[in-house]
Every structure is written in structure tokens, then in C-alpha cells.
Design a protein around this ligand. Structure first.
Ligand code: ZN
Ligand code: ZN
Ligand code: ZN
Ligand code: ZN
Length: 250
């Protein structure tokens, strides 16, 4: 059954209604964001109390709409007006952002990102890597992001440093949506040496991101270098990214 979607928008702010939805004495609705600001219904001037509109709420619960990437080819449906994890991270048509976010606003499919990067940005020396081979990564902690590429895959990989009071987190990510079927898994091993001691960190499944962000990641399965192991602003690291063997054929 198709319902005109406007019926499920708030008549005051025109944003999608979400649960809870409130109504005036004769049934005009207001969303949960507009409701606290109202004393009277803007449509009929009757008082708006805290009466919920159960009919609208149950319609909302059952309402599904095409994914917002349907124009790009997605055929999945998602709950209306709610943040869906499918749209946010798992949709394979989600747009990814170029990691040079200071100078570039490009967004596109994860498959087009490498071509964009190779044709639009100056390649840094040493940006190429080979799967399974350990390589040196030298990074200034204040550099926002280091982009790594391999010609085996049309994907971009990023290394980022996040400074905290006690030290620095180092995150290695692959830019792609989380849709499980589209990109094989990668693992990595990263280490740094200081005064002859080597500390290393292994991640069995590299995280995928839709674009770089400068917020300290919530997820802390990252290498942490405490201040006492830092000498100046430069981190000398060894990084090895590997392809995780797919078990599909076993
Ligand atoms: Zn509203
Ligand atoms: Zn009313
Ligand atoms: Zn989708
Ligand atoms: Zn770019």
C-alpha cells in the first residue's frame, strides 16, 4: 500500500515524523521537536497537551521507503524517518569522501575513489604499498592523514594520528562502505620502535570508513603510543597490510 509520504511529515517543520508524535484536541499532529515549543496548535489554536497520536505512530512503525541511494542503484528498503544503519554505513552505494578533505570536496562510489585520487591529487612519494610486505611509514603527528594505495585494488587506505593527552592513537582504515559483500577483508600489523624497543599492534580486520574524520575514534582497537615513547613530532612506524584469505571456496 502506498501512502502519500507528506502525511508522515510534521505539518510545522516538514521533517519526517518520528515516535513519539503528539496531537492537539482535534488531532493535528506535531513532531517531538516542535511539540515542546508549542502551547497551542498552530493549525487550529486548540491546546496541545501530551496526547500521543497512536495511529500515526503505528503507521510510522510499519512504514518503509526506498534507501536514499536508490537513484544510485540500491534496491533495499529502510524504515522511514529513522537513522538506518543500512543507509549510514552498510549501503554499498553510499558515497565515500576523498581523504584530502581540506582541499577537496569530491564524493563518489568507493570504486571510483582511487581513480579520482590518482588524477586529482599529487601523489606523495612512498604512497604505494604491496600486500603482505612490511614498509616504513614516517608520519608527522600533526599531519592529518597519510593516503596509501596499491594497484592490486581500486581502494584507498589511510593512516591517521589522533593526539590525546597521554599520547597518540594511530588508525589504519580502508575507505569503503561496510557492506560485507563488496570488499574483502584486510588485516594489518603496525609497530614503532623507540630506544631499541619495538611495540606492535595487530588488527585482524581493518575498519572501513566512508571518509576521514578528525574526531578521536570511539573504537580503540588501535595502536597507542604514549608520550614517553615519542621523540618529537615524527612517528617512525612499520606497517604491513595483508589480505585476509576468503573462506568462500572452502
Ligand atoms: Zn516538527
Ligand atoms: Zn489543531
Ligand atoms: Zn542502500
Ligand atoms: Zn580529492
Amino acid at each position: 500500500m502506498l501512502i502519500d509520504l507528506d502525511v508522515l511529515d510534521c505539518p510545522i517543520c516538514y521533517e519526517p515524523l518520528t515516535i513519539p508524535t503528539f496531537q492537539c484536541d482535534i488531532g493535528h499532529v506535531a513532531c517531538k521537536f516542535c511539540w515542546p515549543k508549542l502551547k497551542r496548535c498552530p493549525l487550529c489554536a486548540l491546546p496541545i497537551g501530551n496526547k500521543r497520536c497512536i495511529a500515526v505512530e503505528s503507521a510510522l512503525e510499519r512504514r518503509i521507503v526506498p534507501c536514499r541511494n536508490s537513484k544510485l542503484g540500491c534496491t533495499k528498503n529502510v524504515p522511514y524517518g529513522r537513522d538506518s544503519t543500512h543507509e549510514k554505513e552498510y549501503c554499498r552505494f553510499s558515497l565515500c569522501s576523498c581523504p584530502e578533505i581540506d582541499e577537496c570536496k569530491y564524493t563518489g562510489s568507493y570504486k571510483d575513489l582511487l581513480f579520482h585520487y590518482l588524477t586529482s591529487h599529487m601523489l606523495k612519494p612512498n604512497c604505494f604499498f604491496t600486500f603482505g610486505e612490511s614498509r616504513n611509514v614516517r608520519m608527522n603527528i600533526n599531519d592529518k592523514v597519510l593516503v596509501l594505495v596499491t594497484l592490486r585494488k581500486t581502494l584507498l587506505f589511510t593512516v591517521q594520528c589522533f593526539r590525546e593527552t597521554n599520547g597518540v592513537y594511530v588508525a589504519v582504515n580502508c575507505i569503503a562502505p561496510l557492506a560485507p559483500e563488496i570488499v574483502e577483508k584486510f588485516s594489518y600489523r603496525i609497530s614503532y620502535s623507540f630506544n631499541g624497543e619495538t611495540h606492535s599492534h595487530e588488527v585482524a580486520e581493518m575498519k572501513r570508513i566512508l571518509g576521514v574524520s578528525f574526531q578521536i575514534p570511539q573504537e580503540k582497537n588501535l595502536m597507542f603510543v604514549s608520550n614517553s615513547f615519542l621523540s618529537g613530532e615524527v612517528l617512525e612506524m612499520e606497517l604491513c597490510i595483508s589480505e585476509v584469505e576468503s573462506r568462500m571456496n572452502i
